[in-house]
Structure formats: structure tokens, C-alpha cells
Design a protein around this ligand. Structure first.
Ligand code: IFM
Length: 477
């Protein structure tokens, strides 16, 4: 019998959520609409007309939810702050009632010995900043507009002043690729714009926002404050070794991953990305000093991974849900035409995403090599399945356990080969609002009955609790 895999002492075992996906209380305490409120209330944008108005009602169930985390043995919790709950117009002074919610959340976590990891932006831009046409372009403000990056830095400073005494780990942005390319490129995410140049501008201004926010955080946080960003780099594979397919792989890698890691880690946009997109933009929205700002030293890199992306040269077809977030009318891959996306081999989850842990291993090793000495966290990984309670009310989810087991085995392999991996955050703690899919996809380790808001830990939650308590990977069921 083989020995169980052990993780290093102090390895963090967490779960993650995001404000709009779990909090609800969309109109309470002075909170104003974010772009996701506007988008989800627009007919036809979200499956079933679902919205985050109530979501998992975490805003009201915070104490019980934290107690639940403690009962599952979690040592860390990754959550995001709702910008419009804290700074409703995206400008000006903070709303104390909004900050108080997060103060109480953090205090509850600390009381239970759970380490908070705070994310400042998980896609809920105050609607006022998107609608701002004064300093913005004729089409609107939002992330394609430089001013938004400065607004974000101010907001980061406000939250850091309020919570910096109790939160050590700060993530600026979650998956800026989705904000830029799904929000402004394919339009399947809020604010639902389909303009390839706006998507590239948004990508740059999100990176700039990260850099400016990192400066604001560094100025406001105590010396032990730590700053990171969570990316969803793509594990891109070419379908064949034919030169045209390898070129498609290169182009998607540039647009999915290197567009962020270039400026963040190396202080420059990749030459091939600039050449690939030269037909649609001259990148004059990048100012000379921006790259030095974006390359602000990081204390760690967060990697979110679900499934690989398989491409070949061919006729454009937008990725049919491999990278998630809704079937798209228009390709999000600005400037990378003639690429065909293929379903990777392997068992699929309820999202239609193939479970392939080798993509996670490859990404961990890639950043281990590319950013030596930079600690890594898996800030999201998990799977949606069609979970249902049985007659006894128990929710068995062996598929999710198998998914987690295989991905954690891959993570352990990367650790054994030298990757400085410090923690793992399961996506997600609770079933929640899965963006354009509404409540139709369940990612939680804890089942949520959305009619009653009752929480039932699934068998994966019990399995994960055993892992968190022992630091040893339990066998799959
Ligand atoms: O639910 C999302 C999360 O908000 C961001 N990363 C991917 C998850 C699953 O689609």
C-alpha cells in the first residue's frame, strides 16, 4: 500500500468565495449597483434570469458560515470585498456600514483561527464608474478607461486603512483576464461589451490598477502586510505539433497569460503579443511609466486553474466553455483570429470542462521556473457537479472528491519538484451565483438550498476537512 501524500507543515487549507456570488443584500447598507447587478437584471444575460440579489445570503449568515468553516477545519478563507458596498460611487469617502461587515467577518475568522485572504476586486465594479462618460470614451468608462485604475487605487487605500491591522494577505485582482476579455471582448460577462480594443485597453488598465493599488497598499499596510494577485493563466495545448497549431498555442498563451505576466513579472508586454494585435491597436494607451508601476514587487502569485485549453489553427470558434464563463457570441481573443478550440480529452464536469490535473502541474512548474523565489498559492480550483440531496438529506459528490484528489496529487508532485506552493483554496465554500450560469452550476463543498438557505456539507467537505486536519491526502472514495 502506498503512503498517503503529506503536505508541508503550515500549508494553508482554505476555501474561496466572491462577494457578488455569495453575499446578497444587494441594496442594503448603502450599497449601490455594480456592473453585475446591472448585467444580471438585463433580460437574457444570465441563465434563468438569476441575479445576485440574495445569492447565498452570506451577508446575513456570516457568523454561521464562519462557524461552518471552523467545523470543517479550514485554516484560511479567501473572500472578496464588494467595492460598491464600501465606496458606492467608486469615488469619495467610504461607507462605514459597508466596512463594518468586513471588519466583523475578519474578526469572526480570526476568533476561529482562520486566516483571512482579502481580494479587493472580484468583478463587481461600481456601476457609476462604468457609466462615467465624462473622462471616459464615448462608449463609456469602466476598465477601458485609465481613470478607473486610479479610482481602484484610492479604494484599495481605503480598505487597507480600515482592515490592514487585522488582514495580512491582500489580493488586488481576481482573474483580470475575465474582467477584460469576457466583460469587454466577448460580452458574456458584465458589463457585456464586445469590442476587442476595449478588451485590450481594459487588460492594461487592470494591470495598472494592480500596480497603483499595490503602491497604495504598501503605503497603508503594516510591515507584515503581503500583496498578491490571482491570475487564471491558461494551460494551452496545441492539438498537433503542426507549425500552424503551435502558432495558435503561442497566440492564445500571449493573450491569456503573458499579457498579464509580462508586465507583472518582467516589466514589458511580450513582443509577439504586440505584433499579433498591431492591426487593431498601437497600444498608445500604455504610458511610459506604467510598466514600472505594474512591476511592483509581489509577495506571492495566486493561480486559479480548472481545465486546460486545446487549440489548433482553424476557423474562429469561441472556446465553448472551456475557460468557463458562458457560451460566447463573439470570441474574446482580441486579435488572435483563426483559432479553433477543442474539448480536451477526459471526464467532464457539469461545466463541460475536462478534469485534467496535468494543466495545474504544468502551470505550477512554469511559474516556479519563471518567477524563482515567488511563493505560489492555488487560489481557486474545484468543479461543478449536479449535486442533489438523497432521501436522507445527504449530498454525495464522489466526482468532486476525485477531481480534488487528482489535482492535489498534481500539486504535491509540483511541490516535490521544488515549486514553492504554500496553500490551496477550494472553489468554492458554498454553492453560489455562477455568473452567466446563475444558480444552475454548483461548485460548493457545501450544498445550499436556495429556497431555504440551509447549508449541508457534501461528502467532499468532510473529505476536505480530513485533509485540512491531517495535512495528508485522504484516498478518493
Ligand atoms: O465562479 C468562478 C469564480 O468567480 C472565478 N473563477 C472561476 C469560477 C468558476 O467558474
Amino acid at each position: 500500500m502506498s503512503c498517503p501524500l503529506r503536505f508541508p507543515p503550515g500549508f494553508l487549507w482554505g476555501a474561496a468565495t466572491a462577494a457578488y456570488q455569495v453575499e446578497g443584500a444587494a441594496r442594503e447598507g448603502g450599497r449601490t449597483p455594480s456592473i453585475w447587478d446591472t448585467f444580471s437584471h438585463t433580460p437574457g444575460k444570465v441563465l434563468g434570469g438569476d441575479t445576485g440579489d440574495i445569492a447565498a445570503d452570506h451577508f446575513h449568515r456570516r457568523p454561521q458560515d464562519v462557524a461552518l468553516m471552523a467545523s470543517l477545519g479550514l485554516t484560511a478563507y479567501r473572500f472578496s470585498v464588494s467595492w460598491p458596498r464600501v465606496q458606492p460611487t467608486g469615488r469619495g469617502p467610504a461607507v462605514q456600514r459597508g466596512l463594518d461587515f468586513y471588519r466583523r467577518l475578519v474578526d469572526d475568522l480570526l476568533d476561529h483561527g482562520i486566516r483571512p485572504l482579502l481580494t479587493l476586486y472580484h468583478w463587481d465594479l461600481p456601476q457609476e464608474l462604468e457609466a462615467d462618460v465624462h473622462g471616459g470614451t464615448a462608449a463609456g468608462g469602466g476598465w477601458p478607461h485609465r481613470e478607473t485604475a486610479h479610482r481602484f487605487a484610492d479604494y484599495a487605500g481605503i480598505v487597507a486603512e480600515a482592515l490592514g491591522d487585522r488582514v495580512q494577505w491582500w489580493t488586488t485582482l481576481n482573474e483580470p483576464w475575465c474582467s477584460a476579455f469576457l466583460g469587454y471582448g466577448s460580452g458574456v460577462h458584465a458589463p457585456g461589451r464586445s469590442d476587442p480594443v476595449a478588451a485590450l485597453r481594459a487588460a492594461h488598465h487592470l494591470s495598472l490598477a494592480h500596480g497603483l493599488a499595490a503602491q497604495a497598499l504598501r503605503a497603508a499596510l503594516p510591515a507584515h502586510g503581503r500583496i498578491m494577485i490571482s491570475l487564471n493563466p491558461a494551460a494551452v495545448r496545441a492539438r498537433t505539433r503542426a507549425p500552424a497549431d503551435l502558432d495558435a498555442q503561442r497566440r492564445v498563451d500571449a493573450l491569456a497569460t503573458r499579457i498579464f505576466t509580462g508586465p507583472l513579472l518582467h516589466g514589458a508586454y511580450p513582443d509577439d503579443l504586440l505584433a499579433d494585435t498591431a492591426r487593431i491597436t498601437d497600444w498608445s494607451f500604455v504610458h511610459d511609466s506604467d510598466l514600472a508601476v505594474i512591476k511592483h514587487p509581489l509577495d506571492a502569485l495566486g493561480i486559479n486553474y480548472y481545465t486546460p485549453t486545446v487549440v489548433s489553427a482553424g476557423t474562429d470558434n469561441a472556446p465553448p466553455r472551456h475557460d468557463g464563463h458562458g457560451a460566447s457570441a463573439r470570441s474574446p481573443w482580441a486579435g488572435a483570429e483563426h483559432i479553433a478550440f477543442h474539448r480536451p480529452p477526459g471526464e467532464c464536469t457539469a461545466m463541460g470542462w475536462a478534469a485534467d490535473p496535468s494543466g495545474l502541474y504544468d502551470l505550477l512548474m512554469r511559474f516556479h521556473r519563471e518567477a524563482p523565489g515567488l511563493p505560489l498559492y492555488i487560489t481557486e480550483n474545484g468543479a461543478a457537479y449536479e449535486d442533489k440531496p438523497d432521501a436522507a438529506g445527504t449530498v454525495h459528490d464522489p466526482g468532486r472528491i476525485a477531481y480534488l484528489h487528482s489535482h492535489l496529487t498534481a500539486a504535491h508532485r509540483a511541490l516535490a519538484r521544488g515549486a514553492d506552493l504554500r496553500g490551496y483554496f477550494l472553489w468554492s465554500l458554498l454553492d453560489n451565483f455562477e455568473w452567466a450560469y446563475g444558480y444552475s452550476k454548483r461548485f460548493g463543498a457545501v450544498y445550499v438550498d436556495f429556497a431555504t438557505q440551509a447549508r449541508t456539507p457534501k461528502s467532499s467537505a468532510h473529505w476536505y476537512a480530513r485533509l485540512a486536519r491531517t495535512n495528508e491526502l485522504p484516498p478518493p472514495p
